[in-house]
Design a protein around this ligand. Structure first.
Ligand SMILES: [Fe+2]
Length: 274
């Protein structure tokens, strides 16, 4: 509870006036940085991979409105890993919004990254769109859950928001992704999230990390997007944990349109030198 309270204390409501659509978002997820940048995670140097992903994304997307970082920033929850991340994202002029994953230490993460380098918003207003970042971190558990306080907050933000469209961002997937071991450690109360979204009627997309593979789907008219890691990927449709050695690091871009449509693609990055 302490860590969640700390994040909430750093939370802010951010509103950016938008004059032009589409809104371009860059998602980076599961960077898994370690205190020692030379350490390999399943054969991948995670800091090197992140730097190459950022270079590729910055080269492709000249018009980034905001960067969304969806958790597992540090593999080891160390202060040194968060400082490396802070240096790596300094290249972005756009604001960077960040939520914790199961590997993170939310209190330490907030202490080092927020509020100057990374913002800890509960809600980001981008023109007609409301982007809502949810904290699904549960201390010492791999799986995630939205606390009753977080669900109440979600409902309260939706109630007072005048936005026409909503994008929800969370670390853990609210639906099964087809791998038993991952589905056992997803968002325990994903149905509660869908219930709120259905009642509200303005949620156009849900975006997550955690699964280290690409997922595209739709439910109740809501676009569902799971994004590969900036480092190691997991093999899809497996009963037990398995690394996918064939897939390189990746990022995802999203374009939010005035009519509520979301265009999005995953970009794989050749980081062979890492
Ligand atoms: Fe991860």
């Amino acid at each position: 509870m302490f860590t969640i309270a700390l994040i909430a204390s750093k939370a802010q409501q951010t509103s950016q006036p938008m004059s032009a659509f589409p809104i371009t978002l860059l998602q980076l997820t599961d960077t898994h940085l370690c205190a020692n940048p030379e350490v390999l995670l399943k054969g991948v140097a995670t800091r090197c991979a992140l730097e190459q992903v950022i270079a590729a994304a910055a080269g492709e997307l000249a018009d980034i409105t905001a960067v969304l970082v969806t958790g597992d920033v540090a593999h080891d929850g160390s202060a040194a890993a968060y400082r490396q991340f802070e240096r790596a994202i300094a290249v972005f002029e756009a604001p960077v919004y960040c939520i914790p994953g199961n590997h993170d230490d939310p209190a330490l993460m907030g202490e080092i990254l927020g509020p100057d380098s990374v913002r800890w918003p509960v809600e980001v207003g981008l023109g007609d769109w409301q982007v809502l970042l949810l904290n699904s971190h549960v201390t010492e558990r791999e799986g995630g859950e939205l606390s009753s306080a977080e669900l109440r907050r979600l409902e309260a933000v939706l109630q007072r928001s005048e936005a026409a469209h909503v994008l929800i961002v969370v670390h853990h997937p609210p639906v099964a992704v087809g791998s038993r071991w991952l589905d056992d450690i997803g968002l325990a109360n994903g149905e509660a999230l869908f219930e709120v979204a259905r009642r509200d009627g303005r949620v156009r997309g849900i975006l997550w990390g955690h699964i280290h593979q690409q997922f595209e789907g739709e439910r109740d008219g809501i676009k569902l997007m799971g994004t590969p890691s900036t480092c190691v990927q997991f093999a899809p449709r497996r009963a037990d944990f398995a690394v996918d050695g064939q897939q390189p690091p990746a990022y995802r871009w999203l374009r939010l349109h005035a009519d509520g449509c979301i265009d999005s693609e995953v970009r794989w990055v050749d980081a062979a030198l890492c």
